[in-house]
Design a protein around this ligand. Structure first.
Ligand code: AMP
Length: 420
């Protein structure tokens, strides 16, 4: 027996409908906020993530699915969506279209992390990006959109943390402060963080190793070092959030797991789902377009994990609509009825009615039993005595009523009865 790889999941039957419900709400939201969908490849050249996400991040250092293809090129299954969207923005010269460019995406992401509740190796993200504007209102619009999404799903009791992680100017000062803070604790840090002290000490604040987390608790925060421009930007983001009554916590230690963030960073948590409580997050990335080969262009975006949203919805006992049941099951009493059922199904399906029949040669009695289990609204019985009189017996499963319909006009009658 071959099983699915560790850290992956099959989404099957009724569960697929739950996913589609979430996707549908997101799609609608994106239309209202005027974001356009992009679909990028699931694999990219490894260099995109090394340069984009950052080569001192956990993702790039430890979690990427990287392999050489048959042409000897290093390929990586995308661990996140933003770098790919920005690459597509450049590849497709979207900078020459309407500005700013507002995009959204959806799809599987891959990280070789230790699987646990809410953490998978293949997981799914919905995300949105605004490329080409440095207006703090775009940061706030994305946060507002994200909070509206959770609200439309029925989620409550969420915590929104916001921070400013500054720009390369304030980061230079912060780097020195963090190096001074962490150096005396060097031998207690994990070996990745020991290497990060010189290269990128900010990353230590995002390390998942317990010892590093404990030491990091008293470290200087990004807010201690903001330059005038970053400070001003952060004030305006907060003003915009206040203007539309979105409550937030300011958390100067929240730096997020990707290097490309500048200025605003934000994260939403559903505290009751456990250790992996982050159900979405994002931030501004004014240096990303340039770092992967474009002109200096500001950008801001977020991504949210669908698996964790489902977990949070289950936890908060939010009812998710079920897949609509079948409209009509056509049971047949004999060969002639079965053949007629086959063509009648074609007719009604093409008029927007869902229908099905038996394909296992079952007795009429067991076909009726099966029909009951499908939850269908109508059962039509074709064949036998009735068919020789030019009629079909119809049972309305919603109220138990039984009637006969003339076979000649049966598809029109079915549509009428179903009110479609
Ligand atoms: P990130 O790209 O790390 O900022 O993550 C954005 C969101 O994706 C998080 O808030 C989670 O909801 C989700 N996410 C990230 N990593 C995983 C994972 N390994 N398994 C499931 N969801 C994840």
């Amino acid at each position: 027996m071959i099983t699915k790889p560790r850290g992956t999941a099959d989404i099957i039957l009724g569960d697929v409908f739950k996913w589609r419900h979430i996707e549908g709400i997101f799609r609608q939201l994106c239309q209202e906020y005027n974001y356009h969908e992009v679909r990028t490849p699931i694999f990219e050249y490894t260099e995109l993530f090394e340069r984009g996400v950052g080569d001192t991040t956990d993702i790039v250092e430890k979690e990427m699915y990287t392999f050489l293809d048959r042409g000897g090129r290093s390929i990586t299954l995308r661990p996140e969506g933003t770098a790919s969207v920005v690459r597509a923005y450049l590849d497709n010269k979207l900078s020459s279209g309407l500005q700013p460019v507002k995009l959204w995406y959806y799809g599987p992401m891959f990280r070789y992390d230790r699987p646990q509740a809410g953490r998978f190796r293949q997981f799914h993200q919905l995300g949105a990006e605004v490329i080409g504007s440095e207006d703090p209102a775009t940061d706030a619009e994305l946060i507002a959109m994200l909070m509206s999404f959770y609200a439309r799903l029925g989620l409550s009791n969420l915590r929104l943390d916001i921070n400013s992680v500054g720009c390369p100017i304030c980061r230079a000062e912060l780097k020195i402060k963090l190096q001074d803070f962490f150096r005396p604790h060097m031998d207690r840090l994990c070996h990745h963080c020991q290497g990060r002290i010189d290269r990128n000490p900010l990353r230590i604040l995002d390390c998942k190793v317990e010892a590093c987390k404990t030491i990091g608790k008293d470290a200087p925060t990004t807010l201690d070092c903001l330059c005038r421009d970053c400070e001003d930007h952060f004030i305006k983001v907060k003003d915009h959030l206040n203007q539309i009554n979105i409550p937030y916590n300011i958390n100067g230690r929240m730096v997020r797991g990707l290097d490309y963030y500048t200025k605003t960073a934000f994260e939403i948590a559903a505290p009751e789902i456990g250790a992996q409580s982050a159900i979405g997050g994002g931030g501004r990335y004014d240096g990303l377009v340039e770092s992967i080969g474009g002109n200096s262009t500001p950008g801001v975006g977020y991504a949210l994990g669908v698996e964790r949203i489902l977990l949070a919805m289950e936890n908060q006992k939010i009812a998710i609509p079920e897949e609509p049941a079948l409209d009509v099951f056509i049971a047949s009493a004999d060969e002639q009825g079965s053949s007629m059922a086959f063509s009648l199904l074609e007719t009604i399906r093409n008029k927007g009615i869902s229908g099905d029949k038996d394909y296992l040669g079952r007795s009429l009695k067991s076909q009726m039993k099966h029909a009951g289990k499908t939850g269908c609204s109508l059962v039509v019985i074709l064949g036998g005595q009735e068919l020789s009189r030019g009629v079909a017996a119809v049972k309305d499963m919603r109220d138990g009523r039984q009637i006969e319909l003339s076979v000649d006009k049966i598809s029109e009658e079915i549509i009428k009865i179903l009110g479609k």
